[in-house]
Design a protein around this ligand. Structure first.
Ligand SMILES: CC(C)(COP(=O)(O)OP(=O)(O)OC[C@H]1O[C@@H](n2cnc3c(N)ncnc32)[C@H](O)[C@@H]1OP(=O)(O)O)[C@@H](O)C(=O)NCCC(=O)NCCS
Length: 158
């Protein structure tokens, strides 16, 4: 029987401080830096869900919605939203908190596909995920369409 796990098993929160080396000449954070944070938290979420090491198979829908500047605090949240046989879709949301006002703005969102890898370096089966909140259920229902679209782009690019 396929093991089933709540999305809470993979839920991961990370906090980062935006420092000068992370920023461009306008003092706002590089997109590539945010992307590396997103990739890291997605990998941690997927590893917590699968109990295996993982690799990033694809990153889609990276939406840089607002900028973050030196001294801002980034709060990242990631969790598994759907699973295939060996792959997991992970949703990552980044919020930016202004230190003085404590106001939080949605900064970046993304959906990544991570694949669990066994000791021989081959894709390994993963438990399925049980969505719990309304948001998680909506993501779960949209998974087949996103998968179809992703495979279409993969084939076009090969
Ligand atoms: C991802 C990878 C393991 C897939 O290997 P593969 O030989 O295509 O294996 P499979 O065909 O069995 O696919 C395994 C799973 O990956 C998924 N997959 C493969 N390519 C994908 C892509 N571009 N986007 C999303 N999912 C993908 C498949 O759908 C399958 O999922 P499922 O088991 O849930 O149905 C392989 O392409 C790889 O190692 N890529 C490099 C990963 C890496 O190094 N990432 C770091 C950044 S470079």
């Amino acid at each position: 029987m396929v093991q089933q796990l709540s999305s809470n098993v993979s839920r991961t929160i990370q906090t980062k401080l935006v420092l000068p080396p992370d920023t461009n000449h306008m003092g706002t954070i590089f997109g590539g830096t945010v992307l590396s944070y997103i990739d890291e938290i997605a990998a941690i979420s997927a590893m917590k869900h699968s109990g295996n090491v993982v690799v990033t198979a694809s990153i889609d829908n990276v939406n840089f919605l607002s900028s973050a500047k030196v001294g801002d605090i980034l709060i990242l949240e990631g969790f598994v939203i759907s699973t295939g046989r060996t792959s997991m879709e992970v949703y990552v949301k980044v919020e930016c908190q202004n230190l003085e006002t404590r106001h939080r703005t949605l900064n970046t969102t993304s959906i990544l596909t991570m694949v669990a890898i066994d000791k021989d370096g081959k894709p390994a089966p993963v438990p399925s995920v049980i969505p719990e909140t309304e948001e998680e259920k909506q993501f779960f229902e949209g998974a087949p369409l996103r998968r179809e679209r992703r495979m279409l782009y993969k084939n076009v690019n090969q």
